[in-house]
Design a protein around this ligand. Structure first.
Ligand code: NDP
Length: 295
């Protein structure tokens, strides 16, 4: 049996086309294009890259995007004032505050100040709570991207044993909640593992679907995977390699070369979960502009 490579890039492109069509229809009806704002504090290189790719993605589907670039010495009060302004600005449908923030700013305080109706990252407790209860909410981007990948790749989840390794608030915990809900394309039995889990390999070997969100290059090795399992690799790492033009290559949390020979389906890195994350943000911005989650 050949292994199915889950092409996140192609699936993301398909969803972008659907979003672009909806945006074009709104503009045809003389409605404003959805408007996403990103706030970035400081010069963190990775954050600058993420925000630039979000801007590019918005443009590609007709969503208006703008960016507030604040210096690293911006005070918490100044940032909270901007958050308050964005909450009230009717021209803004949704916005994100790019993390991490400089150490002198309390991240949680800032995220809590965002109006849940504009919280298109889905990090506000109101959205997290709504998700827990299965109520309309902005779903966090990466877990939602994983759900879409599974659905569009026609990978059955109902009754399957899903093992998630990693329990972060942005990936592992929400995806385990979403997959265990009594809902279409969910209904799985989920085991959530972390650094204190005993006998990890015994558990991962039981997974019909294994989701790796650990943050360690090549952590999931072939001996940890059941033959025929679906493997979703969330990790993304730059591995230095002087032989490459850029001086590095990208790798995930899974030993792809070996695991791909044993799995029935697997996401590559890059080109698996990564492209889906931005698409989920675009979808949430569209929902925000249509007031589809909060009336
Ligand atoms: P975090 O560092 O927040 O969480 C890592 C999790 O892995 C923790 O729950 C930790 O356990 C667990 N863990 C660490 N070591 C082990 C171990 N030896 N055995 C079992 N569990 C372990 O990471 P994130 O969730 O933010 O990100 C995970 C990866 O996904 C990273 O590589 C990140 O770059 C990538 N990522 C990719 C995205 C994309 O769009 N493709 C988006 C977001 C993240 P404990 O809780 O006990 O500490």
């Amino acid at each position: 049996m050949s292994t199915k490579i889950i092409d996140g890039k192609a699936i993301a492109a398909e969803i972008k086309k659907e979003i672009a069509k909806e945006v074009a229809a709104m503009i045809d009806k003389d409605d404003n294009a959805p408007h996403l704002v990103a706030v970035i504090v400081g010069e963190d290189a990775a954050s600058q890259t993420y925000v630039a790719s979000k801007e590019k993605a918005c443009k590609s589907v007709g969503i208006t995007s703008s960016v507030y670039r604040l210096p690293a010495n911006t005070s918490e009060m100044e940032l909270l004032e901007l958050v308050d302004f964005l909450n009230r600005d009717e021209e803004v449908d949704g916005y994100i505050v790019q993390l991490p923030l400089p150490d002198h700013i309390n991240e949680q305080k800032v995220l809590m100040a965002i109006d849940p109706a504009k919280d298109v990252d889905g990090f506000h407790p109101e959205n997290a709570g709504r998700m827990m209860l299965g109520l309309p909410s902005y779903l966090p981007a990466t877990p939602n991207g994983i759900m879409e990948l599974l659905e569009r790749s026609k990978i059955e989840t109902a009754g399957k044993h899903v093992v998630v390794v990693g329990r972060s608030n942005i990936v592992g915990t929400p995806v385990s909640v979403m997959l265990s809900r009594k809902a279409k394309n969910a209904d799985a039995t989920v085991t959530l593992c972390h650094s204190r889990t005993k006998n990890l390999k015994e558990i991962t070997l039981q997974a019909d679907i294994l989701i790796a969100a650990i943050g360690k290059v090549g952590f999931v090795t072939v001996d940890m995977v059941k033959a025929g399992a679906t493997v979703i690799d969330v990790g993304i790492h730059r591995v230095e390699d002087a032989s490459k033009e850029k001086g590095y290559y990208l790798a995930g949390d899974v030993d792809y070369d070996e695991v791909s020979k044993k799995a029935s389906a697997i996401t590559p890195v890059p080109g698996g979960v990564g492209p889906m994350t931005i698409v989920s943000l675009l979808r949430n911005t569209l929902l925000a502009s249509k007031k589809a989650v909060y009336q």
